[in-house]
Design a protein around this ligand. Sequence first.
Ligand code: ADP
Length: 421
Amino acid sequence: MLLGVIADDMTGATDVALMLNRAGMRTVQVIGVPPVGSALPEADAVVVALKSRTNPVAEAVADSLAACEALLKAGARQILFKYCSTFDSTAEGNIGPVANALAERLGARQAIVCPAFPANGRSIYQGYLFVGAVPLHESSMKDHPLTPMRDSNLMRLMAAQAKTDVGLVDYAAVLSGPAAVKARLAKLQAEGVRYVVTDAVTNEDLMTLGAAVSEHVLLTGGSGIAMGLPQNFRKAGLLPERPGPKELAAPAGRAGIISGSCSTATRGQIAAALAAGLPALKVDPLALADGSQDAAGLAAWALSQPADKPFLLYSSDDPAEVASVQQRLGREKAGAIVEDAFAEVARRLSEGGVTRLLVAGGETSGATVLGLGIRTLEIGPEIDPGVPWTRVVDGPEMVVALKSGNFGTPDFFLKAWKLLR
Ligand code: ADP
């Protein structure tokens, strides 16, 4: 392994894994802290997906250190601590404390702070983070329920969380190229400055920064910064030319779709699948509650459908229906009853020979992955922005695509299969 990534949430992990994959690194995503003693799979880059963005600081630090240990043991030469491109964090952290703990562990005297992600409108100028045309604290992030961002100055934010001075590599230095950035970093290091915010407005800037930090053992930033890292390994002769995957080899077997997502995009995708004539069965939370539907019956229905088309099991409904179900069952119970059923259905489907599975819904995906006992996924081709096909490395032999609610074009459930062979 060349690069180890510690991501502070699941979708952020997929995001950075896709970025690395596209830039030619074979990438594997591990869900949760790898158990002590378990070997990580062989890959150019391994991304550990944690849930450490908003949990208590001590827990986030402990999980991140455990992930770092596993990555180092598997041979990682460089560690990227990946957080959100809007620097999602509270006044206490967790970005600063986690970065401090990783820097201590790795003996890193300096690490950059670069959440820039130009493709998504996140840019940094004079150390201020912009979301599109407005500074972070004027963006919708100011009202985020868990991590409201009320300051846009990354030096100030990081200094408060990490309790240390934070420097800046300004845009003039970045425009002058890797040598100028390196010189500026060296000067700050001589002054004892551990963290350095780096301006970046375009993808080219991220390539410049990537080249300038090839010797850094620890990097911190958004998935954008990962763009400039594969070039270093390639230049050092450690990484062969690998075009991003266009297809994924899938084991022979049946194909199916599970959808617990009630988001607008998913409901459009279901309408398109129904119109195209996919065999479909609606899962009703009230029927699950009174026992007239159950996981065994749902899986048996799916497995009895003709195998030439993917089947569709969906509980997805419009907001009025969801609200009425929630009123009858309670919001939490309604969610849990559907998630539990789908987790059990997924297990039964896999046992029944389903090897290609699309899952719609963030929570639904989490439950399904748990039900199938999946811990490791190899990232394959991107179906739509943010949603790759993945191959299960350490569980049932199958390929899965986990789609969060609002992702994907209307024909997602119909076109995804074309990337499998
Ligand atoms: P998304 O990514 O679209 O937000 P999630 O799977 O994360 O989808 O969340 C959808 C939630 O709604 C899940 O907890 C799921 O179990 C629940 N759910 C699914 N169908 C229904 C329904 N018909 N009525 C009430 N809740 C539902």
